[in-house]
Structures are given as structure tokens and as C-alpha cells.
Design a protein around this ligand. Structure first.
Ligand SMILES: C[S@@+](CC[C@H](N)C(=O)[O-])C[C@H]1O[C@@H](n2cnc3c(N)ncnc32)[C@H](O)[C@@H]1O
Length: 394
């Protein structure tokens, strides 16, 4: 990367900083300065843009930042997919692939919001989980200084590429190829941990590696939905805080550098019946905080799309790890009918959650707290009235 390419990008970088500031994602001069100092295209020289090709297949088409006119593609508020799982990626033509993304450069407004929520101060030592392109690590270096920045990624190739790109800007943070669920396992203690991949529960090593009163900002994936939490770790290693007003979701932490393990699922229960419902697929799809509440009510459940082979009707389906399920159609004239297999309990929970959420004035996600006890047991609560849901040692 030549100095002139970095120079060419300066107006684009400045415009993105203005946009993020106007949107309220950048809230402090310190982070605005860090974003202004780091050209994103150094870390994202190429990425994959999703499109439907001429055969009607959804493909990832490779884009190059330094091709004529493409810098604007990097300097916009968009998540840019940068790696595809080699197990599922299939080359379709010279520049397009199918496959599941395994790394990306996060939406800049989300990154800015999380970094602001981290409330770092000069001299803080920060661990990032999920190095990816290295862009966020570079922002941390620009804000704090290289010696205070540590970052791990499960994929060694990504760590190596990030290191090369960071060195273009003369940054040398401490990088390590490692399953980030182990934190940075060299006995360091951190003032802050920020995770850019999601975890089902806060891993014990993160708690142990955060100094008392230190802060963790991470995405907890609770099954049906998940969200960003900002937790303070106390001297007894309890982590407690709130879901943040900054909302966004991350790809799940993998145990393996290459791909995601296949999930074991109980066989579907046979269809048991139908009944009318007040809660439609649009209600679930349209309200993020309500989905989060559903995840609190049904910690063992997932939300999936279901396509009926006979009619082609797409439905939104909640399915429990025990094989029970309930679904509501997304189209057609039976939007207010739920069909279920196994027990009716899942949908009773959905209706109860919908009633409570509406009766309580439709609280947003930052009205909910999250606690992770030292043994791993987690619970959430509605901060104004204290109503609590146990998530278990999930
Ligand atoms: C959204 S990307 C991170 C973006 C990155 N912070 C950046 O600025 O480009 C998520 C990253 O998490 C990594 N990841 C997934 N599972 C992981 C794990 N168990 N430990 C560490 N990193 C993991 C992925 O390889 C991927 O690079």
C-alpha cells in the first residue's frame, strides 16, 4: 500500500467521520480523532458484496477498494464481508462465490458505538476478541497506543493479514491466533474487553482477565435473539450491567478456525394443531426488543425460517431444543394462525411476553439488565420494575 493511496483516502475518511458524528455514533473527540487517523481501506483492500447473479443465485461478488471509483464502497456505514468459510464457499464465476461469511469489517457506526460504550481512558489496557481485518485494533492503537492493545482471532490467516496491514500504519499491537473464548491466555489483566464475535454466555477467562471494576462489551447470543451488553466485573467476579442502546449483532464465535460445527437438534415433533393468535410474524420480525424478550422467556429456543414444501408458504418458526415448535406464516391469509408441534407451551410464552411487553410500554433493550454470576449462571431483569428471568448456566 503506497503512501499516496492513504493520501487519496483522506477526504473519504474525513467524510465518514462527519457522517458517524452526525449520526451520534461518534460521541467524543478522542474517538473521532482515532477514526480520522485510520484509513479503513488499508484493512479492507477487498471485500464481498452480496448480489443476485443472472441465474438468480445469491452470490458474494469480490470488490477491490483501489479499483476506479470503489473507495466510496469502503468509506460508507456498511458491514463488509471479507472472508467466506472455505468448507461452504463455491466459486461461481471469476469473481463470485457462494458460502457462509466467517469474517467481516464491522459496520463503522456499530464499532464507534461500542468503542464509545467501552469508556476507555488513557493508559487502559484493552483486549479485543475477533481481530478480523485489524481495523478495530488499529482504531484502538490510534486511541490508546500500541502497547495497550491486544487482539485475538481464531483464524491464524486473518491474524497474519491483520498484522501486515497494521504494520503499514506502523502499528504493532499484541496479536495472537487463539480461540478468543480463552481470552488472551498469558496471565495479563485488562481494563477493558471488547468482543466482535458473539458468545452464548460470557466465558470465565474473560471475567478472570478483567481487573475489578473493569468493563466488558460483548454480544451475548441467547438463542432466539441476543444483544450487546456492557458489564462491569466486581471484585467477586460477578459481571453485571445493561444491554446497550447501541444495538447490533455479530457472527458467532467458532471453536474452529475454518468453520462452524453442525448443530445437533432433536427431531421435530409431529404437528399437533393450530389456533388463533394475536402475535404475528410481523410483530416478531419488526420489534428487536420483543425478540430479545422472547429469548428471555424461551432460553432453549431458536428462531428459524420454515418453508412449507407443499404450499411454498414461508413462516417464522420458534423451535425448542426438545423438538417442540410453533410457527406463524409471513404471507397469505392465515397470518393470525399459529401451527404447533409438541406442546403449546412455546406459544403461550410468546403471547405472555407480547402482553407484558405492550402493558409495560414496549421497553427498549437498554431497559434490561444482565448479570453473570461467578459460576456462569446468567439472568436478565427489567430495570424499572426488577422483573427477572433466569437464563441458567447456558
Ligand atoms: C465481525 S469479525 C471482526 C471484525 C474485526 N474486529 C475488524 O475490525 O475487522 C468477527 C471475527 O471473529 C472471529 N472469531 C470467530 N470466532 C472466534 C473465536 N472463537 N475467537 C476469536 N475470534 C473469533 C472471526 O474469525 C472474525 O474475524
Amino acid at each position: 500500500m503506497t503512501e499516496s493511496a492513504v493520501d487519496t483516502a483522506r477526504p473519504y475518511v474525513a467524510a465518514m467521520v462527519d457522517e458517524l458524528t452526525a449520526a451520534g455514533a461518534l460521541r467524543s473527540p478522542e474517538w473521532a480523532e482515532a477514526f480520522a487517523a485510520v484509513p479503513r481501506h488499508v484493512f479492507v483492500p477487498r471485500w464481498y458484496e452480496q448480489e443476485t447473479n443472472d441465474k438468480g443465485i445469491a452470490v458474494w461478488r469480490m470488490q477491490h477498494a483501489l479499483h476506479e471509483g470503489r473507495l466510496t464502497g469502503v468509506y460508507r456505514d456498511a458491514t463488509l464481508v471479507t472472508a467466506l468459510d472455505p468448507d461452504t464457499a463455491e466459486q461461481i464465476d471469476e469473481t463470485a462465490w457462494t458460502g457462509i461469511p466467517t469474517s467481516s469489517s464491522t459496520l463503522p457506526s456499530l464499532m464507534a458505538g461500542m468503542l464509545e460504550d467501552l469508556s476507555v481512558e488513557d493508559g487502559h489496557r484493552v483486549l479485543e476478541i475477533g481481530t478480523g481485518t485489524g481495523y478495530n485494533a488499529a482504531l484502538l492503537c490510534a486511541r490508546l497506543g500500541d502497547q495497550f492493545v491486544y487482539s485475538v482471532d481464531v483464524d491464524r490467516d486473518l491474524v497474519d493479514a491483520a498484522q501486515r496491514r497494521l504494520s503499514v500504519l506502523s502499528h504493532e499491537p499484541q496479536l495472537m491466533p487463539e480461540d478468543g473464548q480463552n481470552g488472551y491466555p498469558t496471565g495479563e489483566q485488562f481494563d477493558r474487553i471488547i468482543a466482535t464475535c458473539s458468545v452464548p454466555n460470557i466465558p470465565t477467562p474473560w471475567i478472570e482477565q478483567t481487573r475489578p471494576d473493569g468493563v466488558i462489551v460483548a454480544d451475548v447470543a441467547l438463542g432466539i435473539e441476543g444483544g450487546l451488553v456492557r458489564l462491569t466485573v466486581d471484585a467477586k467476579q460477578r459481571a453485571q450491567g445493561q444491554f446497550t442502546a447501541t444495538s447490533g449483532r455479530f457472527m458467532a464465535a467458532r471453536n474452529d478456525a475454518q468453520t462452524y460445527p453442525r448443530r445437533e437438534r432433536a427431531p421435530y415433533a409431529a404437528e399437533t394443531g393450530t389456533h388463533p393468535t394475536k402475535v404475528t410474524a410481523a410483530d416478531i420480525r419488526g420489534h428487536y426488543p420483543f425478540r430479545l424478550l422472547l429469548a428471555f422467556h424461551l432460553p432453549g429456543a431458536e428462531l428459524v425460517y420454515h418453508s412449507d414444501d407443499a404450499t411454498g408458504t414461508m413462516s417464522l418458526q420458534l423451535q425448542h431444543s426438545d423438538g417442540s415448535w410453533a410457527r406463524v406464516p409471513m404471507t397469505g391469509d392465515r397470518l393470525d394462525t399459529v401451527t404447533y408441534g409438541g406442546t403449546t407451551e412455546i406459544w403461550q410464552q410468546v403471547e405472555a411476553a407480547w402482553k407484558w411487553w405492550n402493558d409495560t410500554g414496549r421497553p427498549a433493550q437498554d431497559q434490561f439488565g444482565y448479570t453473570r454470576e461467578p459460576g456462569g449462571h446468567a439472568s436478565v431483569w427489567h430495570t424499572p420494575d426488577g422483573r427477572r428471568w433466569n437464563l441458567g448456566p447456558h
